[in-house]
Write a protein that binds this ligand. Sequence first.
Ligand code: DGP
Ligand code: NA
Ligand code: NA
Length: 213
Amino acid sequence: LRASSSESRGALIVLEGLDRSGKTSQSSRLLSYLEGLGHSTELWRFPDRNTSVGQMISAYLSNKSHLDDRTIHLLFSANRWEKRSLMETQLKNGTTLIIDRYSYSGVAFSSAKGLDIEWCKAPEVGLLAPDIVLYLDIPPEKAAERGGYGGERYEQLEFQRKVAKCYQAQCDSSWKVIDACQPIEDIEKQLQDAVLDHVIACERGRPLSYLWP
Ligand code: DGP
Ligand code: NA
Ligand code: NA
């Protein structure tokens, strides 16, 4: 007899970092790696701009609309909540999810505006907790030098400096911090090494947990 807590599932892998830290391209490489090993894997991102909430967020980020800081905070959170049940279904189906940004972005970007960190964390309570947070660590100045800041609302050096501090405030020993200034292939390899044990532990029945663990 197997307890339900020992059922096989996919892993929830989160990538975090400043804008231009390389999350998006590394997420794709990680997807190819895990698929290549035969693990059912999907790549998601937040904000998910395809939902109606996501379209409101997208309009805000591109400065086409203006919303109160707490209002937009709650919309970003709602955008994660609207995907929560599908997330759980997929994980229980055995699919590993790589997620480009999650609740830690929510807390970092809003507390960087001066909102209270506990207030920022509250609406995330009960979302699924990641099995591993991979933080692509880059000095804000280096990220800005990479260019390709697309001109969205938060893509400014001064603000990204504050966001970096707010990520640091959340970072603990459960995060895997990776120097994002290294060559792309080195980062890729370190991410691969960091996730594999978690994918296997989840396949062997590590129970799901919930924010904030
Ligand atoms: P991206 O699509 O990853 O470039 O994200 C768009 C921007 O939104 C980026 O500057 C990070 C920011 N962001 C992502 N998630 C959240 C969130 O939950 N809250 C806030 N305030 N900002 C977020
Ligand atoms: Na961006
Ligand atoms: Na995102």
